[in-house]
Ligand binder design. Sequence first.
Ligand code: UDP
Length: 353
Amino acid sequence: MKVLTIIGARPQFIKAAVVSRAFKEHRPDVREIIVHTGQHYDANMSEVFFSELEIPKPDYNLGVGGGTHGQNTGRMIEKLEDLMMEIRPQWVLVYGDTDSTLAGALAAAKLHIPVAHVEAGLRSFNRRMPEEINRVLTDHIAEILFVPSASGRKNLISEGFSEAKIKMVGDVMYDASLFYKDKARKPKLPAELDISGNGFILCTIHRAENTDDPHRLTNIFQGLAASGKSIILPLHPRTLRKIVEHGIDTPQNVWVIDPVGYLEMVWLEANCRLIATDSGGVQKEAYFFGKPCVIMRDQTEWVELVEAGWNRLVGADPDLIASSINKSFEPEVCKPIYGTGQSAQLVVNLLCQ
Ligand code: UDP
């Protein structure tokens, strides 16, 4: 059996790493062919993940990146269609909610190749987010919907999906955090930054709704400044471009570093006091590592964590950001929300049935 895996962005490399390992361990008879669309192309947003997570080198790199959503999606579909016609896989496996996800799903569906979607069923209910459009359309194309938690299943049922297509497998990112946590590595931090006393806050910002709106981005930095805490910010290249474009100054208590590899990110998550983020993956990793999390967005797809008091939604309000970072944290103890760390194996078993 041939499975064509399509990935292109940082979180997809992490998700695919654990599923690729599960293919090798549990179904060595399956030939997994990996296509990197090229959506993320900087070495610290792409290459580092392949080397340190031991993901097999992509069989193909389409070199599509740097354009608009429409340009990227269109170019990817064109190249993926050629590849799929040549390879004729039994399944196309796509992850998450990026342009690479949608392009893979569309190209496969038109060639009548079944699509399996890992991280299906998530909804922010905000159609202005490119990710929301990608995930809704991909779910409607997919034959198997691998759902990470109960809310994903509920969303799909309310959109009319049949139970037969929905497979609750848990979250492959939880598998990744368990597998890699012992391999975590301290990144190189600025020499002047002293994290020995009060520790540090870890921050990430990259969501278009924040980066593309100079007012929101300025407010976020104001909130981080007002918190008065030492904040480490591994800066996404898109956010860096926008900060330069809009002439926004980063506050003195925010220590900007280059994006780090996953093993270094896990170290930061495991050793910080609190996480402030607009990332989907990072807000769950906060919970995996038992850290309070302040979500600098107006909605989240990972609603269970907000309901249980693990995560707080604060938007881009500077006062709320500052006060939430400084507030005490009393989450409910709840039963595991995202599976037991066996999600990748479940994905592989169900796909190969
Ligand atoms: N991540 C990383 N290095 C960084 C920032 C994030 O390895 O400098 C990891 C993070 O641990 C998580 C994933 O990238 O596993 C999340 O990706 P991102 O925030 O880019 O995307 P999202 O999850 O919001 O789609």
